[in-house]
Design a protein around this ligand. Structure first.
Ligand code: HEC
Length: 194
């Protein structure tokens, strides 16, 4: 008889841990440990675990976002002074394959064509914009990218121009990933005709 009572109690114990409405978890064997119920802190709340008392911490020093030269340790910070040096040191890591040139064209058409023109001939739509007096709104013309001067530039030099900008041309480091910059150069060298 005693045996049956024990079995019954055990069965009741199991059954009582089931909850057909599934609104809340049932009893935990291990108790209320952090491993079961981790304490998630909201980003902008106080936090006693950090010395400065806040939850949202700065990334560890030296951390960098992947693929963006803005945060990469790009060594050639001098826009004009480092251009030639960048051309000597940096080399295009991508072969001039059909695929890479096609990606370069796609990116060029988005980021460069409005100024340099779809064919690179310095006749992008921006060059036709007029100011209120009917004069050219943009006085300084973009470079013609099909000329020997540009075509004979080392890839690294053009990479530097895209990354840091030129005289009036803005830096494009925050818009175009390093990989895509190199592919744009492949397109300039292999896809634009004189
Ligand atoms: C808003 C207009 C504008 C856009 C967009 C633009 N450029 Fe330029 N770019 C210029 C102008 C203007 C010049 C010539 C004056 C100067 O050097 O700033 C120039 C010059 C250049 C030069 C020659 C620099 C040198 O050393 O003589 C290269 C190469 C170049 N651009 C490539 C590009 C590429 C590649 C893109 C797209 C990623 C691009 N540009 C986007 C306006 C633009």
């Amino acid at each position: 008889m005693k045996k049956y009572i024990i079995i019954l109690l055990v069965a009741l114990g199991f059954l009582s841990s089931c909850n057909h409405r599934q609104e809340k978890t049932s009893w935990d064997y291990m108790g209320d440990f952090d491993m079961y119920y981790s304490k998630a802190y909201e980003s902008y709340t106080a936090d006693k675990h950090f010395k400065n008392g806040i939850t949202l911490q700065k990334p560890v020093e030296g951390t960098m976002a992947r693929e963006w030269t803005d945060y990469e340790p790009y060594p050639f910070k001098d826009k004009f002074g480092d251009k030639v040096k960048a051309g000597q040191v940096l080399h295009n890591p991508f072969p001039a394959s059909k695929e890479n040139i096609a990606i370069g064209k796609m990116k060029y058409d988005v980021y460069c064509a409005l100024c340099h023109g779809f064919e690179g001939k310095a006749d992008g739509s921006i060059t036709k914009v007029k100011n209120a007096k009917g004069n050219k709104a943009y006085m300084i013309p973009p470079a013609n990218l099909t000329t020997d001067v540009i075509q004979s530039k080392p890839d690294g030099e053009i990479y530097h121009v895209i990354t840091m900008g030129s005289a009036v041309m803005g830096a494009h480091a925050s818009q175009i990933s390093p990989d895509d910059r190199w592919k744009i150069i492949l397109y300039i060298k292999n896809g634009l005709k004189k």
